[in-house]
Ligand binder design. Structure first.
Ligand SMILES: Nc1ncnc2c1ncn2[C@@H]1O[C@H](COP(=O)(O)OP(=O)(O)OP(=O)(O)O)[C@@H](O)[C@H]1O
Ligand SMILES: [Mg+2]
Length: 358
């Protein structure tokens, strides 16, 4: 090999298909979720016989394949039959019954939605879907501001399966009893992947994303170890992309440990930015949590007010939930003591974990 053979030319890239590292990319295979997918499919199967299916409630922590596993099921369902209509709605983006009905109309290619209210839109949906069967997926269901739409679908669409996805097991307990007693879903917990599974998933993604030889198993193993520790495949995808960018910036044909290290340094910045960047108020809360490890939520709130925090307690609690959902902190609910139930809050040590790997 010549001394300069390792140099990347200006018009070359390490990325065969950079899209494969996008968080919403759907790979051909979804390994290690076959059991969960099988349960979902079994609940959909009766629809093929024009019998009602069973609803499914899916929960599990962020970045462990809930969305991608379910989207894959819908994709295959769509290929298999025209008689069962798949509908997917993200309730973070469409967070009211009206917006959800409007979105379903759009997915059904119904164009005359203008000036129609919720009830009229639902009338259209009912008319179209009651000629067939439907599988509805409502992802991030905990973000929906009202769930009246669920009641309408449960009551008035005859052949259907409703699949709900959330990070929180409690979401379902908070539904009102009218909905709970009609939904009666099979509950499916998605558990985090093992280290080996995390490695395999990332290796498959690397094969789609990079040209052969760009990323070694040694680097992939380092990336997988971090993604495994934080229990989030997205972290691994981020590290692959950033490592690739750093290697490219050095005009190297291969990702080396230095590139991985630089990418890992960017990770705490990434987690701060994950999903939505934190507001000033949320940053203040996170700072306080880091300074007062293992404190009770009430004490943290007092400190927050002392430092000029303006939110009322309810808002504060909501922000704590958001920090938890995005993996910044861990909340332990404890019983007992004279105060009854309380929550103990801990900052997640993403930075410290990373230095362990350097
Ligand atoms: N088994 C798997 N095979 C291939 N890719 C996977 C697998 N599990 C997760 N991923 C990838 O990891 C990323 C995160 O997965 P996904 O979006 O499904 O997470 P999620 O569980 O829905 O998280 P959240 O609760 O934050 O929405 C996606 O890019 C997804 O493609
Ligand atoms: Mg998801």
């Amino acid at each position: 090999m010549g001394l300069f053979d390792d140099i990347l030319h200006a018009d070359e890239t390490l990325f065969k298909n950079p899209v494969a590292l996008d968080f919403d990319y759907i790979p051909k295979r979804i390994p290690f979720r076959e059991n969960e997918q099988r349960i979902i499919v079994n609940n959909i199967k009766p629809l093929f016989l024009k019998r009602n299916g069973r609803n499914v409630f899916i929960y599990g922590s962020p970045g462990i394949g809930k969305t991608v596993a379910v989207k894959k099921v819908l994709e295959e369902l769509e290929e298999k039959t025209d008689e069962i209509v798949p509908i997917y709605v993200n309730c973070w983006q469409k967070n009211t019954s009206y917006k959800i009905f409007l979105e379903i109309c759009n997915q059904l290619d119904y164009k005359f939605t203008h000036n129609k209210n919720s009830e009229e839109l639902f009338g259209v949906i009912k008319k179209i879907l009651n000629q067939k069967a439907a599988v509805f997926v409502f992802d991030e269901i905990d973000r929906a501001e009202d769930v009246d739409f669920l009641y309408s679908l449960l009551e008035e669409i005859y052949l259907k399966v409703i699949i709900l996805i959330t990070n929180f097991q409690e979401t379902i307990a908070n539904f009102d009893s009218r909905i709970k007693s009609r939904l009666l879903p099979e509950i499916v917990e998605f558990k985090p992947y093992s280290l080996r599974e995390t490695f395999e998933i990332l290796r498959e993604r690397a094969e789609y994303a990079f040209y052969p030889g760009v990323i070694s198993d040694e680097i992939l193993q380092k990336i997988a170890e971090i993604a495994y520790k934080v229990k989030d495949v997205r972290t691994g995808l981020f590290l692959m992309r950033e490592s690739g960018n750093f290697a490219e910036a050095r005009s190297s044909r291969r990702i080396e440990v230095v590139d991985f290290k630089k990418a890992a340094e960017k990770l705490s910045e990434f987690s701060i930015k994950s999903k939505e960047s934190l507001s000033e108020d949320e940053k203040l809360i996170f700072e306080i949590i880091k300074e007062m490890p293992e404190s009770k939520i009430g004490d943290l709130y007092k400190e927050y007010v002392k430092r000029g925090g303006k939110g009322v307690y309810k808002t504060f609690q909501r922000k704590i939930n958001k920090l938890e959902k995005n993996n910044f902190i861990t909340v332990d609910k404890i019983e007992g003591g004279k105060e009854g139930k309380t929550s103990i809050i801990k900052a997640n040590e993403v930075d410290k974990k990373l230095t362990d790997f350097r």
